[in-house]
Design a protein around this ligand. Structure first.
Ligand code: DC
Length: 441
């Protein structure tokens, strides 16, 4: 399995990637060190970084090795010289960013990285691991953090590594350098720094390294356990996901709360966009209910059936719907339910129906609370046709387990699960509105 971790500097990428690799017994590969090593060679050879011809001629002479010292620490060797410390100097950081924009440099290093990843369990960290080098990586992570936090982390790191530079290091200057480097890395024409559409975004600003590692390990474990999607479902899943990523800059948070097995995904409901948005935000196949009349529409009927929709008749009793849902849950499936009943007319949260809690405790399965923000603006009830642009975010919260209320009466259990779900949805909404920092509640 390849785990690709990308993101700008100062997000804790290297430490996190190293930690994840150690815990899983995988090989760790810091691709930034390679770009830094090429920059080191160019400086040693006193080549003008603008002189592309000279750089091209020099590249075939580049060699790169990773060895362990007596204490088991990694040492990086470029052209036979130990460059482990030298490549961390600030001057090399700037030069590495500059030469990383050159096609010939990237072509050489990407090839070395791919060769290294063949038939290996490895954690690769860099800027283009998920987008270019390993587009088929089993798990992709994109780390971010606020620029001020990243600058402070970098300052602390430099103080430790180069104490002699302590008096000359200024927070403002580091912040400026980080912002400039972000700009160069994310605006270059080849392989710019950007989140792959199927990468999980983790904001590390308010998280400890251990918390980030744990999130990634949880995701890696889930990845191994989720059953593979059926081919037709997978195709529609990726097309729909790409659509929402492109037109609505879809962001998905809280996937670390997800786990395999039966469960009800209970979400707010304001728009016809909600069922597809929520389905493609989940890392596995999900099931949902749809009006029976839709199944009689020639093509649509077949399509939604193959996408795990199950008909509910308006005239049918609640009992038959409940039975159907409980059956699916007992088969270990995940089902999306909108416990407010209907789409909210004004985008606000409506009271939750008790049927949700009834089903959860009958099937003895967890409720995964989810909140969708932005779909109301994109397609509210009053609009016949949807808008094709905007911004949508989905967040999953801590699962609510029906076992939590063992020993209580049926009525008490229902009361408890309903109140818990209502407050979970409110908390997720508040978490998004406060800027989506850290782990969702
Ligand atoms: O992660 P780092 O700061 O050590 O990376 C040094 C530079 O190399 C950085 O400016 C971006 C570049 N880089 C890249 O373009 N692609 C990678 N896969 C890794 C690093």
């Amino acid at each position: 399995m390849i785990i690709a971790i990308d993101g700008p500097s100062g997000t804790g990428k290297s430490t996190v990637a190293k930690g994840v690799a150690k815990k899983l017994g995988y090989t760790f590969f810091d691709t930034g060190a390679m770009y830094r090593s090429v920059a080191w060679m160019i400086r040693k050879e006193q080549i003008d970084p603008q002189d592309r011809e000279k750089i091209k001629k020099q590249l075939p002479l580049f060699s790169y090795e990773i060895k362990s010292d007596a204490q088991g620490m990694r040492r990086y060797f470029a052209c036979g010289t130990d460059v482990t410390e030298a490549i961390r100097e600030p001057a090399i950081s700037a030069l590495a960013s500059q030469i990383a924009a050159y096609e010939e440099v990237r072509a050489l290093l990407v090839q070395i990285q791919r060769n290294f990843g063949t038939h290996r369990n490895a954690v690769f960290e860099g800027r283009d691991m998920g987008t270019v080098v390993f587009p088929k990586a089993e798990l992709k992570i994109f780390l971010t953090a606020r620029a001020e936090i990243r600058a402070q982390r970098r300052l602390n790191e430099l103080f430790l590594k180069f104490p002699e530079l302590a008096s000359s290091l200024q927070f403002d200057q580091i912040l400026q350098e980080i912002t400039a480097r972000d700009h160069t890395d994310s605006t270059r024409s080849i392989s710019p720094l950007k989140q792959a559409s199927d990468a999980v975004l983790i904001d590390t600003s308010d998280l400890s390294i251990e918390e980030v590692i744990l999130k990634i390990l949880t995701l890696a474990n889930w990845k191994k356990q989720y059953p593979p999607m059926k081919i037709f479902y997978r195709i529609v899943y990726w097309i729909t996901r790409t659509f929402f990523k492109l037109f609505f800059r879809l962001q998905i948070h809280g996937l670390e709360h997800f786990r395999p097995g039966a469960g009800i995904i209970a979400s707010n409901h304001t728009s016809n966009y909600d069922p597809p948005v929520l389905s493609i935000s989940c890392p596995e196949e999900v099931h949902f209910l749809a009006k029976e009349s839709l199944f009689h529409v020639p093509l649509l009927g077949r399509l939604i059936r193959r996408l795990n929709s199950h008909p509910v008749s308006r005239s049918g009793s609640d009992a038959s719907t409940f039975k159907q849902v409980i059956q699916l849950l007992q088969e270990g499936k995940k089902i999306i339910l909108f416990p407010e009943g209907n789409r909210s007319p004004d985008g606000t949260l409506q009271p939750i129906e008790r049927g949700l809690a009834f089903i959860a405790q009958k099937a003895v399965c967890p409720i995964f609370p989810a909140y969708i923000q932005g779909s109301f603006a994109a397609w509210p009830r009053v609009r016949r046709w949807p808008r094709l642009s905007g911004s949508i975010q989905v967040v999953f919260g801590t699962p609510i387990d029906s076992e939590l209320c063992m020993g209580q009466s049926k009525k008490e259990k229902e009361e408890f699960m309903t109140t818990q779900t209502t407050s979970a949805l409110k908390n997720l909404k508040a978490w998004l509105e406060e800027g989506a920092h850290g782990t969702p509640p």
